[in-house]
Design a protein around this ligand. Sequence first.
Ligand code: HEM
Length: 286
Amino acid sequence: MAHQTGISLPVPQQSRYLYYSLNVGAQASELMAALEPIVDGEAVVLGLGKAFVDLLGATRIKVQDAPVYSNAGIAIGAAPFALWIWLRGSDRGDLAHLTLQIQEALGDHAVLEDLIDGFCYQKGKDLTGYIDGTENPEGDEIQRVGFDAIGGSCVAVQKWVHDLGYFTSLSPQEQDAKIGRHKHNNEEFDAPKSAHVIRAAQETYSPEANLLRRSMPWADFSGEGLVFVAFAKEFYAFDAILKRMIGLEDGITDALFTFSRPLTTSFFWCPPMRKGKPDFGVLRGK
Ligand code: HEM
């Protein structure tokens, strides 16, 4: 089965994330017909939320809503959107025009609830200046980690808001201790248990919690941060890591939370492609 190649490719220069809910009276058949010519899986990646999958009457694929977690003063909500469309390109103008086409095609069936523009910073760094994605799978591992048996992929998306004023006020050593890598050479060191890469170390979970991360920074009038985007064959890895990050396992919270916070979590399932179109048939076992 062909997967959506935009997921396995490196992040583009520019991204736009569109989040839709269903309008009253939305028809599954008309939504699928509208999405088929738009979603090529590479420049336009599609994720389906539980509401859309339920509307289709899908029996074979179950998509769950994202969990709500809170601990130690950290509260992470869930935003259950019906559709997530990830536009990937190099020119923001092209993504703006594509957005208009998509809006027109979806018509009254879906309501655009949120739009986030993401960008590539210094060839793949988070705005804190740390390279993001070093421990991502490569080569054949991408298929194994990122996709299920039919070429679908479960994606968790979180918009994080950073306090960069605070973060940049810290010394280089203090910053490195929060991430668990040296910013100047990207090397790991004997970091505190709260350091992000110690909390998230994929091989320390049982079973291993492997993710294919494709996050990108965002910045607008409201602030700046990271659109965290992680694909996997199931939601287990994201869920396990997030729980440990907020201290639900051993009471130690991830140092990321001292300078950043996720607004909400959304879960989607990205269908495989068939003859250049999203394969909605697999949802009903066709
Ligand atoms: C503000 C949000 C976040 C930032 C800035 C961030 C940044 C980073 C950085 C700089 C690294 C080290 C380099 C690398 O391997 O990519 C890293 C590693 C990692 N992050 Fe995050 N991250 C964030 C949120 C998350 C979340 C929410 C999860 C999962 C629930 C996560 C999972 C991981 C994993 C699995 C690794 C690799 C750990 C390993 O196996 O060594 N991150 N992150």
